[in-house]
Design a protein around this ligand. Sequence first.
Ligand code: SF4
Ligand code: SF4
Length: 364
Amino acid sequence: MTDIAIEKVNDYDIEKVKSSLIKMFDLTAFPTVEGKRVLIKPNILSDVPKEKAITTNPVIVEALIDILKDKGALDILVGDSPGLQSPTFSAKTSGIRGVIERKGVRFEDFAKNNRPHTIYKKIKVPMAKALDEVDVVISVAKFKTHQLMMQTGAVKNMFGLVPGLNKSPLHLKCPSVEEFARLIVSIFKESHTDYAIIDAIMGMEGAGPANGTPRKVGLLISSADAFAADYAEAVIMGYEKKDMPIFLEGEKEGLTDESTYNYPLLTAKELVISDFKRIEAKKKSLFSALILPFFSRYFEMRKAKRRKAPDFQDNCVKCHRCIDICPAKALSMGSRHPEIDTKACIRCYCCHEMCPVDAIKITQ
Ligand code: SF4
Ligand code: SF4
């Protein structure tokens, strides 16, 4: 039996969040933390104010730290590394650093402390050194859409263990949705995540994970199986299983089993948000579903290029972030906004994720 706890929580009142999490942990095989070192991995995609609903709300992190301390955790680390990380990354604007300092736990900047891991396709990639120092790993994700993977969640959140600019070139190595999902799953496996929490009190719909619209969902989701927590998230968003590439890869690898899912509190199906603005999954042709997987990188790249290229708008403030992160070097600054070489672009949407003013549109 895989338990998934879903609880209605209307706002970020710390006491309400804490009591809900305690109740949820009691029902979902929360790991023993007494005398152990624990890593909390919130989503700090970019260090921006919590009201934007891009990052895990600091109240969730604070409530979790309090609970871990009450349960006798020996040491607590909180860390992340945004995709385009400034040398002064502090997690201050998101409010998470304030919680870390107030609670006297350790802040881990993964860009400063990491070591190479060998993952999918024998790719060598640096990952947070903190993983070697802790006994328990907890993913604390945000309820958000994602242009490429349809949803962000507890499994995808662990991509942040790969520091800063080391992330975007991985899109070049794994350009299709399926391959990139496989890569995310292999990074997740390396993380040995023990427990997953999804902050869905305020979520994000539309052009997630960075340029969507905050949406009140009023829920917390948790499970010892991160894929199961993500499954519940996706169902609430209105997705079907075929639209969940990361989940499908996890299931293929035997990391989760939907037939064992049990909801001791609310069920995902009763909470589906009918008007939630999802990213529409591209329909698969029979050819792409059955034949393409047997071919090589050439077809993977062709498959990626069938997605729409990003479209740059005049509200661009020429910050260069998209140009700096583009793994295909497909962007150069034009007179009003970046110009795109659509032949070089692999449709990874890293640029869209990094734009601070929503000047990059992806039409599905
Ligand atoms: S232009 Fe954007 S979508 Fe295209 S490869 Fe560069 S970062 Fe990816
Ligand atoms: S499109 Fe966005 S990320 Fe790119 S230069 Fe303009 S404002 Fe910056």
